[in-house]
Write a protein that binds this ligand. Structure first.
Ligand SMILES: [Zn+2]
Length: 249
């Protein structure tokens, strides 16, 4: 099988190989053994299997195991700037870990799941671009990524009606993370529109390349959307290790 895939994880296997989870273009996840994936050898080749790289793979199934073998691959796209910025590198790890937690081996039929590849590849590409253009903002990138992901997975917070009184929402003033929606100014102590509300309304219509259209979010607002995400998906927070570098404990 020839396919394009993005690298989600890597583990050293024996002296020169790697075992990685990869996300295929159709949105399904596969575990792949890359022969010689660590690089090195007599010519000291660098590894070309890195988190967030998009690779052209030639995969061979193995009837004894669910791990695919790969001896031939080329780089389709790679980030060039991310390694030079440790915050961006944590964020790249975070994107890959989140996608690894919401993707499955056999779920490649529905179009929603197919969007995972588009979301991850755009998130990585524009993360790299934002460093090149010197407009990298960790919380804005996180918000854009999680917003697109929630929308595609069909677990977007309700922005139409107040979560308490059910009236039509003109502005959501408080994000009620536990109940998965917004409270109106009559039901909450807040009067001003919540930045999370304003940006969530924009997120479905804003392509990744326009991400500077978002108002800058602070840590707390970004944390709210992340908390909502792990709660909706019932993910144990400890399973996404890179989140501690972004949100703390
Ligand atoms: Zn209300």
């Amino acid at each position: 099988m020839h396919t394009k895939a993005m690298v989600l994880s890597k583990k050293v296997f024996k002296d020169r190989h790697l075992i990685s989870d990869v996300l295929l273009e159709d949105g399904s996840k596969k575990t792949v053994l890359f022969f010689g994936g660590q690089g090195g050898g007599s010519k000291s080749k660098p590894s070309t299997v890195e988190l967030g790289f998009a690779l052209n793979l030639s995969l061979k199934g193995n009837h004894k195991s669910r791990i695919y073998n790969c001896k031939d691959w080329t780089i389709h796209w790679r980030h060039l700037e991310v390694e030079n910025n440790y915050k961006a590198y944590f964020l790249l790890n975070f994107f890959c870990e989140v996608i690894n937690n919401v993707s499955f081996e056999d779920m490649n039929e529905s179009s929603e799941i197919g969007e995972l590849y588009t979301i991850l590849s755009n998130a990585c590409f524009y993360l790299d671009e934002s460093i090149k253009l010197n407009n990298f903002d960790m919380y804005r990138s996180t918000f854009m990524f999680l917003g697109k992901l929630l929308y595609s997975l069909g677990i977007f917070p309700d922005t139409h009606n107040c979560i308490i009184c059910k009236d039509k929402l003109i502005v959501g003033t408080y994000f009620n993370v536990l109940d998965g929606g917004f409270e109106c100014s009559k039901c909450s102590d807040f009067q001003k529109p919540s930045e999370v509300f304003t940006n969530l309304q924009k997120v479905m219509f804003t392509p990744f390349k326009k991400y500077s259209d978002f108002t800058q979010l602070n840590l707390e607002q970004s944390r709210q959307i992340y908390t909502y995400f792990i709660q909706q998906f019932q993910i144990n927070p400890h399973h996404i290790k890179s989140s501690q570098f972004i949100y703390g404990q």
